[in-house]
Design a protein around this ligand. Structure first.
Ligand SMILES: Cc1cc2nc3c(=O)[nH]c(=O)nc-3n(C[C@H](O)[C@H](O)[C@H](O)COP(=O)(O)OP(=O)(O)OC[C@H]3O[C@@H](n4cnc5c(N)ncnc54)[C@H](O)[C@@H]3O)c2cc1C
Length: 379
């Protein structure tokens, strides 16, 4: 009997894991990849669509194109997970696994911030980002705030990128003079592990008149008075509010006992990504390994778990411990992209090195996306 691997979630982590297993075993493994969506969309594509740089249809990569030997994609919603039995119940039936990999990402909860759904916008969900494509061109003027609403959020550079891309968007339409742009973040600097990257972003903010409000969260919006209320009680007026909603562990994961609380990410062994349940791993945004919530880290953790599964099946040597390393591209506006290489787990504290924005990095980022789509979706 081939080993049965069930992968919950076909995002960055799930797609990479199934690709490695298919490459390694072909039809000699039984992988079921489950996702409720019909298509994969890169996080950074949300910014491209929202600022009119891409059409919505151009950034959707349908899962029907996943035709990897040994892998069956099932589009359905996961309703319950039993990590002891390694059994998953979905709308399409029950799936039993020898090895279960939870890669369900982070859920977004705009309703957790009072006033956000009624009085503001958010750009972290697909629906929110795509709606902004229509709404942003109608924004005439006034204070614009990019505001983080919860402590733990995906892609720490994304709020800074959004402020810089909004600057370009309004400048190109001759409307920048009628606006102010502020970014509210719960960190002291934009990218805490990399002082060089933070300094470069803050310098660019200063050049472009963007205000950085540090060490604050947006706790609520008052839509009637059009003010955002920060964690220290200060109020900021807004005409346009672009929010990063509170992130939560998917409820189905909390209900399974894999996570203790909606704000406590799944505990895993930092070196192996194994949960406390034998044969059950948690990769990507859903785990609490201590790396940022970003696709590159989901991919890195997927590679480690895939290597562990290969070693288990072939009775080979287990992989090196997970190091929590990854490179993030940072949009600086003015058609420039920088890069930060971060290392979260291999030293005593996280470190990051910065590459200055350049046209070469624009091309490198495009290649990064294209190469993943080719690898995950082409046979
Ligand atoms: C605006 C923005 C910009 C970003 N830019 C970057 C970037 O430049 N670089 C980078 O590395 N990262 C970036 N990210 C972060 C990146 O998108 C995520 O960190 C990454 O996708 C996490 O991968 P994952 O596999 O853990 O989860 P995801 O990719 O979120 O995948 C989880 C999957 O689980 C599915 N799912 C959830 N619940 C269920 C259920 N109950 N039943 C069935 N399926 C379910 C979802 O449909 C989803 O497909 C960005 C994110 C945003 C929002």
């Amino acid at each position: 009997m081939p080993v049965r691997v069930v992968v919950l979630g076909a995002g960055f982590g799930g797609l990479e894991l199934t690709t490695v297993l298919s490459e390694e075993f072909g039809k000699d493994i039984q992988v079921v990849l489950i996702d409720k969506s019909d298509a994969f969309i890169f996080g950074f594509s949300k910014l491209d669509v929202m600022f009119g740089r891409q059409l919505p249809d151009a950034v959707r990569h349908p899962y029907r194109d996943v035709l990897k030997p040994g892998v069956r994609f099932v589009q359905t919603t996961v309703r319950s997970i039993d990590p002891v039995a390694r059994r998953t119940v979905t709308d399409a039936g029950t799936f039993d696994a020898d090895i279960l990999v939870v890669a369900l990402g982070a859920d977004l909860d705009p309703a957790a911030t009072p006033g956000l759904t009624e009085g503001g916008q958010e750009f972290y969900t697909v629906a929110g980002a795509f709606a902004l494509r229509e709404l942003l061109p109608t924004f005439e003027g006034g204070p614009a705030i990019v505001g983080v609403c919860g402590k733990s959020f995906k892609c720490p550079p994304a709020p800074s990128e959004t402020a810089l891309l909004l600057h370009d968007f309004l400048t190109d339409r001759g409307r920048r003079a009628a606006n102010s742009i502020s970014l509210v973040m719960p960190f002291g600097t934009p990218i805490p592990p990399s002082p060089d990257t933070s300094q470069a972003i803050l310098k660019t903010f200063a050049e472009r008149g963007i205000t950085f409000v540090k060490d604050q969260l947006v706790k609520s919006l008052d839509p009637a008075r059009k003010v955002a209320v920060l964690s220290d009680g200060a109020e900021m007026p807004y005409s346009l509010f672009l929010g990063i909603p509170v992130h939560r562990v998917p409820q189905v994961v909390v209900d399974s006992g894999l996570a203790a609380h909606p704000l406590d990410w799944v505990p895993v062994n930092k070196q192996t990504l194994a949960t406390k349940f034998p044969g059950v791993y948690a990769i990507g945004d859903v785990n609490g390994v201590g790396t940022p919530k970003a696709g590159v880290f989901a991919e890195g953790s997927a590679k480690i778990v895939a290597a562990a599964i290969v070693a288990q099946i072939k009775s080979g040597t287990p992989p090196e411990p997970y190091k929590g390393q990854g490179s993030c591209y940072v949009e600086f506006g003015h058609n420039q992209v920088g890069r930060v290489d971060v290392d979260f787990l291999s030293g005593p504290k996280p470190t990051g090195t910065f590459q200055e924005p350049s046209a070469a990095l624009v091309a490198e980022k495009a290649h990064f996306g294209r190469s993943r789509i080719a690898r995950w979706f082409e046979r």
